[in-house]
Design a binder for this molecule. Structure first.
Ligand SMILES: [Zn+2]
Length: 684
C-alpha cells in the first residue's frame, strides 16, 4: 500500500519544472502547490472558508508550537487537527526542527534530541525524533516530517557535516517510530550551502523509504543565488516519482525559480506576514501600501485579480484601514496575497501541462521582481500633489532627471529612453543611422515612407521633421511620408502640457496631428499621419515602409510587438521593399525572432551605455547595405544562450532551423568552405 500515491503528469522541456498530483487521506493535491502556514492550527487572519475558496489543498501546522499549546490531549480529544479546526483537506506537520534551531539560546542538542524550555509554562521538554513522530501521529497530519537538525546555511563545513549526519540518523529513527501508521512521512535533505554535502545528504535520505523529500535549511541566511543553486543541486539527486518540498520558501519569485528547478511543494509565512506590513504581491509586481502615492488611488490592488478584496475595495480604502490600524486591513491584504500565491501556483502548473512553461517563466521573472511602479514624485503636500497630478495622465507620468524629462509607463514601471537623452538618441539612432536625409536627396524616387512605431512623446517623429526642415530645399528630391503608430495618445498629450521640458514639441505639427490625425508641412515636404490603435492591426493600413523606427516600450510593456509572429507579419509587409528597421535593443531573443521571421540582422550603432543596437533588413535591403551583419560568432553565442527562444514561439516551431540556416550565416559558412576548397585545389 502506498501512503501517498504520486503521479508525475508532465515535465517542461528545457526545464525541470513538473506537474503532478498525489492523494492524501483527505484529498487529491495538484502540484506544484503552495501550503499556507497555519502555525497554531490557524492561518493568521484567514477564515476556513477563505482558505477553501482560494483553493488551499494542504495547510502547514507546526508540531513544536502545537505540542506546547494546546498540547496533545486536545488533539486526542478532538480526533486530531482535522476535527479540532474543522479542516476537510490535507495537513502537513513540520517536525519542530526549524523551531528548535530558531529558538534563541535556550536549547541543548544531543544525539537523542533537543532539550528546551517551553515558552508557555517554562517546563523542560525533550524533542526527539520519536517524540516528534508521536506528536505528529496524535495531531493526525496527512504528511509528517522527520526531525532534522537545521543549522544556518552559512556555517563551516565541519559543523554542516555533523548536523547532516545527525539528521540522517534521526531520519532512520523517525521511520522506525512511524511504524505502520497510515500517515505519510517525508525525509529532509540538509547540508547547508555545500554542494558535496547536499549531494551526499540527498543520496543518503533517498535510500530510505520516505513518501517524499524535503530540502531543509534554506531561507536561513544564504543569498538568493545560493538558494537557487542549492535547490538545483538537490533536485537533480531526488527521485522523479515522489514529491519534493522546499521548506519555508519564499517570495513569488523564489517559487517560480524553485519550480523551474523541479520543486513541487512550498510553504511560507510571507503572504500573511507581509500583508500585516501592507505589502502585497500583484500581477504587476510588489506594492507597499505605505507609500504616500496610494492614499487616494482608485481601482483594485491588482487589476487582474479576482479575489474578494480586489473585487470589493479600492486601494485607497485598504490604505485607510491600515492607517487606522483596523485588523480588517491585514485580513483583506492577506486574503489577496494568498489568492495571488495560489493563482500563481495554478498558472505554473497549467503552463507546465500545456508545454508553455519556458515562455511563462521568462516573462514572470521580470514581473515578479518588479517593485512599486508609481509614486516617486508624489509628496503629501497639496501644492506638490497638484504638481504631481500635472505630471500624470492616464498610465503615464513625467520623470525628471538631470533636467531631462522622460515618459514613464506607470503600469509597467518602464521609462522610455531611460538611459539616454531622448533627443540625442532620436537623432543618432534613428535619423542619422537610417541616412534619412541622404535618401530624401535621391531623385526619381517615390515618397520615402518612414514608420515611427511607438509615437510616445513624438521624440523620434519630431527629430525627423526637424531634420527634413533643416535640409536645403534644392537638394530635397523626395517627399517624406511619416507614419506614426500609437495605441495610447496620453503620453503625447501629457508632454504637450509641459512645453518647457519637451522643447522638440514647439511646433504646429504635433497639435495638428492630435486634432486631425494628419499634418502636412506648408512646403509639402512632409506628410505626417497618425495611425492610432494597436500596431498589430494598424500596420496593414499603412503604406509599406522604407525605414522603420521600431521604438515601442520593451517586451515587458508591449509584449505583443516583440513576438515571432509580429516580426513575421512585419517581414511580410516589407518583402517587396528595401526596408531597414532600426531598434534600440540588442537582445538575443529579439534578434533571433527577427532572423526567424526572415529579416537579415545587422549590428546597429552604440547609444549611451548600450554597446550595440539592432538593424533589421528585408531580403531586398540585404542585397545592398552598409551595415555589419551578425556573423557565425553571434550564431554560436545564440546557440549557447539561455535566451534562444523568440518571444511567443513554441518549442516545435520551425524557428530554430530558420535561424540556423538563415542565408546570412550560410554565406558566411559557404564563403569559408569555398575559400578552403579553393586553397586545396590550388595546392593539390
Ligand atoms: Zn486580489
Amino acid at each position: 500500500m502506498s501512503r501517498l500515491p504520486f503521479t508525475l503528469e508532465a515535465t517542461a522541456p528545457d526545464s525541470r519544472a513538473r506537474a503532478g498530483r498525489f492523494r492524501t487521506r483527505h484529498n487529491e493535491v495538484l502540484t506544484p502547490t503552495f501550503m499556507p502556514v497555519g502555525t497554531h492550527a490557524s492561518v493568521r487572519t484567514q477564515r476556513r472558508e477563505d482558505l477553501l475558496e482560494c483553493d488551499a489543498q494542504v495547510l502547514l501546522a507546526n508540531t513544536y508550537h502545537l505540542l506546547l499549546r494546546p498540547g496533545v490531549e486536545i488533539f486526542e480529544k478532538f480526533g486530531g487537527i482535522h476535527g479540532f479546526m474543522n479542516w476537510p483537506r490535507s495537513v502537513l506537520t513540520d517536525s519542530g526542527g526549524f523551531q528548535i534551531f530558531s529558538l534563541p539560546g535556550s536549547r541543548t542538542m544531543s544525539e537523542d534530541g533537543a532539550e528546551f524550555r517551553s515558552y508557555v509554562d517554562q517546563t523542560t521538554i525533550v524533542l526527539s525524533p520519536e517524540r516528534s513522530i508521536a506528536t505528529q501521529k496524535v495531531i493526525g497530519s496527512d504528511i509528517m516530517m522527520a526531525l532534522d537538525q537545521c543549522v544556518p546555511s552559512t556555517v563551516e563545513h565541519g559543523v554542516a557535516r555533523a548536523a547532516m549526519e545527525l539528521t540522517h540518523r534521526w531520519a532512520r529513527r523517525s521511520l522506525e517510530a512511524r511504524g505502520d501508521s497510515e500517515q505519510a512521512l517525508f525525509g529532509i535533505v540538509q547540508g547547508a550551502c555545500y554542494d558535496d554535502l547536499r549531494i551526499e545528504s540527498a543520496r543518503a535520505i533517498t535510500q530510505m523509504p520516505f513518501e517524499g523529500f524535503a530540502i531543509g535549511g534554506l531561507a536561513v541566511g544564504e543569498s538568493i543565488g545560493q538558494r537557487d543553486d542549492c535547490t538545483a543541486v538537490v533536485t537533480e539527486h531526488l527521485p522523479h516519482d515522489r514529491p519534493r518540498y522546499l521548506m519555508g520558501v519564499g517570495t513569488p519569485r523564489d517559487l517560480l525559480e524553485a519550480v523551474h528547478r523541479g520543486v513541487d511543494m512550498f510553504d511560507c509565512i510571507l503572504p500573511t506576514s507581509l500583508a500585516k506590513q501592507g505589502v502585497v504581491f500583484t500581477s504587476i509586481g510588489r506594492r507597499s501600501l505605505k507609500r504616500a502615492a496610494y492614499w487616494d488611488r482608485e481601482g483594485p490592488l491588482d487589476p487582474s485579480c479576482t479575489c474578494y478584496t480586489c473585487r470589493t475595495y479600492a486601494i485607497a480604502y485598504l490604505v485607510h484601514l491600515r492607517r487606522t490600524w483596523d485588523t480588517q486591513g491585514w485580513q483583506l491584504l492577506a486574503l489577496h496575497n494568498l489568492h495571488f500565491y495560489m493563482h500563481l501556483m495554478r498558472s505554473m502548473r497549467a503552463h507546465v501541462v500545456a508545454g508553455t512553461w519556458t515562455e511563462f517563466y521568462r516573462t514572470q521573472r521580470e514581473v515578479l521582481d518588479a517593485r512599486d511602479s508609481y509614486g516617486h514624485k508624489v509628496v503629501r503636500v497639496t501644492k506638490a500633489e497638484r504638481l504631481a497630478n500635472a505630471m500624470r495622465r492616464g498610465r503615464y507620468e513625467i520623470v525628471l532627471n538631470d533636467g531631462v524629462a522622460r515618459m514613464r509607463d506607470t503600469v509597467s514601471g518602464e521609462t522610455m529612453h531611460s538611459v539616454n537623452d531622448p533627443a540625442e538618441e532620436a537623432r543618432s539612432l534613428y535619423v542619422e543611422q537610417s541616412r534619412l536625409v541622404e535618401r530624401l536627396e535621391e531623385s526619381d524616387a517615390p515618397p520615402l515612407v518612414v514608420w515611427d512605431v511607438g509615437l510616445g512623446a513624438a521624440t523620434n517623429a519630431m527629430a525627423t521633421i526637424h531634420a527634413v526642415e533643416a535640409m536645403d530645399p534644392e537638394r530635397r528630391k523626395r517627399r517624406l511620408v511619416l507614419v506614426s503608430f500609437e495605441n495610447d495618445l496620453d503620453s503625447l498629450r501629457l508632454a504637450l502640457r509641459h512645453p518647457l521640458w519637451f522643447r522638440h514639441l514647439h511646433h504646429a505639427a504635433p497639435h495638428a496631428l492630435l486634432a486631425k490625425n494628419q499634418w502636412l508641412s506648408a512646403s509639402g515636404a512632409v506628410d505626417w499621419l497618425l495611425m492610432s490603435g494597436d500596431f498589430a492591426a494598424r500596420k496593414f493600413d499603412a503604406p509599406a515602409p522604407d525605414i522603420i523606427f521600431f521604438d515601442p516600450f520593451s517586451f515587458k510593456t508591449d509584449s505583443d510587438l516583440w513576438t515571432l509572429a509580429a516580426f513575421r507579419e512585419l517581414a511580410d509587409l516589407c518583402r517587396h521593399k528595401h526596408t531597414e528597421l532600426f531598434t534600440y535593443t540588442y537582445s538575443t531573443q529579439v534578434r533571433a525572432a527577427m532572423l526567424a521571421a526572415g529579416f537579415h540582422v545587422a549590428k546597429g550603432r552604440a547609444t549611451g551605455p548600450k554597446v550595440e543596437t539592432t538593424i533589421g533588413l528585408s531580403p531586398l535591403a540585404a542585397e545592398r547595405h552598409g551595415h555589419e551583419l551578425l556573423g557565425a560568432e553571434w550564431l554560436s553565442r545564440w546557440q549557447r544562450s539561455d535566451a534562444q527562444v523568440p518571444l511567443g514561439a513554441s518549442g516545435d516551431d520551425a524557428w530554430r532551423t530558420a535561424v540556423e540556416e538563415h542565408p546570412q550565416f550560410r554565406s558566411d559558412v559557404s564563403a569559408a568552405k569555398e575559400s578552403r576548397a579553393g586553397s586545396r585545389s590550388s595546392h593539390p
